[in-house]
Design a protein around this ligand. Structure first.
Ligand code: DX5
Ligand code: ZN
Length: 220
């Protein structure tokens, strides 16, 4: 059954704890975007945010590392209370050592691919990871439009995950809204990530509930 992951990037940080409590009944995962100003132009979030959130929620805290040399951050993030890391294959083209390092630190681990990176690049590593995240926007900013090129990419990866018979979650990150969520699920996504699709809506809890229902395949 599919899940919703709430990306806090477009939450109101002056009351982050409250915002997380609001959507927690519907989001099984809290997605924390970590940016270094090199791999992507902005800088954003990090271990201090994870540490603040850890006592607030029991939900899985998933770090999306948009950084160069992500492995240097794993221990600090684990210590702060993070459960899982995803890093970009574009930042680490030979990811086996970083995957092993994340495992050694006691973190779940996934690979993330930008729209320009062929999905086949992830195929050799599917047996070693928990999760693949496909970007459907240019990484770095919330409130962009989903690029429909992601749909055949999801379908292609879904087919390969099934062919290999591995328990890998397939996430879509960027521009996910109630209007396009069903199509992402039909294409093979098992985790819908949304920031503005939740926190940019007039009623974030209701928006999260509706997205959760679509992720689960319970709504039209
Ligand atoms: C962007 C981040 C996304 C972002 C999604 O680089 O990886 O997680 O928060 O924002 P929305 O859902 O608004 O496109
Ligand atoms: Zn993200």
């Amino acid at each position: 059954m599919g899940r919703l992951s709430a990306s806090i990037l477009s939450a109101d940080f002056s009351r982050l704890g409250e915002q997380v409590k609001l959507i927690e009944p519907y989001a099984e995962v809290i997605h924390v975007d970590i940016m270094d100003g090199h791999f992507v132009p902005p800088i954003a979030l990090g271990a201090v945010i994870v540490k603040s959130l850890r006592p607030v929620t029991e939900r899985m805290l998933h770090g999306h590392l948009m950084v160069e040399a992500p492995e240097g951050f794993f221990d600090e993030l684990k210590e702060a209370g993070l459960d899982m890391v995803s890093f970009h294959l574009e930042a680490v083209p030979e990811p086996a050592p970083a995957i092993a390092k994340a495992r050694g630190a006691g973190l779940g681990v996934g690979l993330t691919l930008n729209l320009e990176t062929p999905v086949e690049a992830a195929f050799p590593f599917l047996g070693e990871i928990d999760d693949v995240m496909l970007m459907s926007i240019r990484p770095g900013w919330s409130f962009q439009q989903l690029n429909p090129d992601v749909y055949p990419r999801l379908a292609n990866l879904r087919a390969e995950i099934e062919r290999q018979g591995v328990p890998v979650e397939l996430e879509i990150d960027g521009g996910v809204k109630i209007e396009n969520a069903r199509r992402a699920v039909d294409a093979g996504a098992t985790v819908l990530i949304a920031a503005s699709g939740i926190f940019g809506q007039p009623d974030p809890a209701e928006a999260a509930r509706r997205l959760r229902d679509v992720a689960r395949g319970e709504a039209a």
